[in-house]
Design a protein around this ligand. Structure first.
Ligand SMILES: [Zn+2]
Length: 269
């Protein structure tokens, strides 16, 4: 097995609001990974005295711990419990009813000898590669379905945030966990998994440098640091060409890559 991760801030001036971890139990075939992308609040605040990095570290820590210690609990319930635990930590000091209370996208994966469970909430990406090289992208595309012009307006975006007909993130309401995209795949059908925040998935979904399968191949050859380095080079070249339609030239970029099985040597390779 092979496990690698990289997380690089968008700029040196701001803290990295992504959060990533991998846990490998000392016994058995199991493990889990968690990747969060904290949502940067627009000007006007978020009702919290702690900040997004505090929030993602608490939520991510709870997800990792509870997914390992409650192995029979479905990941959606693990997420609900983690949201509740995090909310309880700052319920007294902060206004958790604020529409921009600290929130994050979530990718969680947990595996054992039998199966690979996954959960995706909001616009981070999970890739599952089968032993024959087919790559399946697990996406929660609700944010993608919101028109770009709506997302340019803070108030219009807030009106859709964690609302029916809008998009959902892990914030202070445990009920949002039921909205996550979840599934289970036999372990034998998964060779490798990758979790990407949108700063890293840009290689495919913004710059169209290759398919999701191509991105998996890049991760296999060059690892998460190689992917993020290529994204940064594309962003810089794009900015120099005046490609100024993006919100941020560089975003926090995180990639976790886990090979659960050795590649099968194909005849003639
Ligand atoms: Zn707070």
């Amino acid at each position: 097995m092979r496990f690698e991760l990289a997380s690089v801030p968008g700029t040196a001036e701001r803290p990295n609001e992504d959060w990533a971890s991998l846990a490998l139990p000392a016994s058995g075939q199991g493990g889990s990974l968690v990747v969060l992308d904290g949502v940067t609040p627009p000007r006007g605040g978020d009702g919290c005295v702690h900040g997004v990095p505090w929030f993602t570290s608490h939520l991510g820590g709870a997800l990792l711990e509870l997914s390992g210690s409650h192995r029979d609990m479905p990941l959606a319930e693990v997420l609900a419990l983690s949201i509740r635990r995090t909310a309880d930590t700052h319920r007294e000091s902060c206004d958790l009813s604020h529409v921009r209370t600290p929130q994050a996208t979530v990718v969680a994966v947990r595996w054992d000898g039998e199966s690979v469970e996954h959960l995706v909430l909001s616009d981070s990406t999970l890739l599952l590669e089968s032993p024959n090289g087919v790559v399946h992208a697990v996406l929660d595309d609700r944010l993608d379905r919101v028109p770009r012009e709506v997302l340019r307006s803070v108030s219009a975006t807030d009106a859709l945030r964690n609302q029916d007909g809008g998009f959902f993130t892990a914030a202070a309401d445990p009920g949002v966990a039921a909205r996550a995209v979840t599934g289970t795949t036999p372990r034998a059908d998964v060779r490798a998994v990758a979790a990407l925040t949108d700063g890293a998935s840009r290689w495919t979904d913004l710059f169209a440098e290759g398919s999701w399968a191509d991105l998996m191949g890049l991760l296999s050859r060059e690892g998460p640091h190689g992917l993020v380095g290529r994204v940064r080079a594309l962003e810089t070249a794009d900015a120099l060409r005046g490609g100024g339609t993006r919100w941020k030239i560089h975003d926090d970029a995180t990639a976790v890559y886990a090979e659960l099985r050795d590649p099968v040597a194909l005849p003639g390779t």
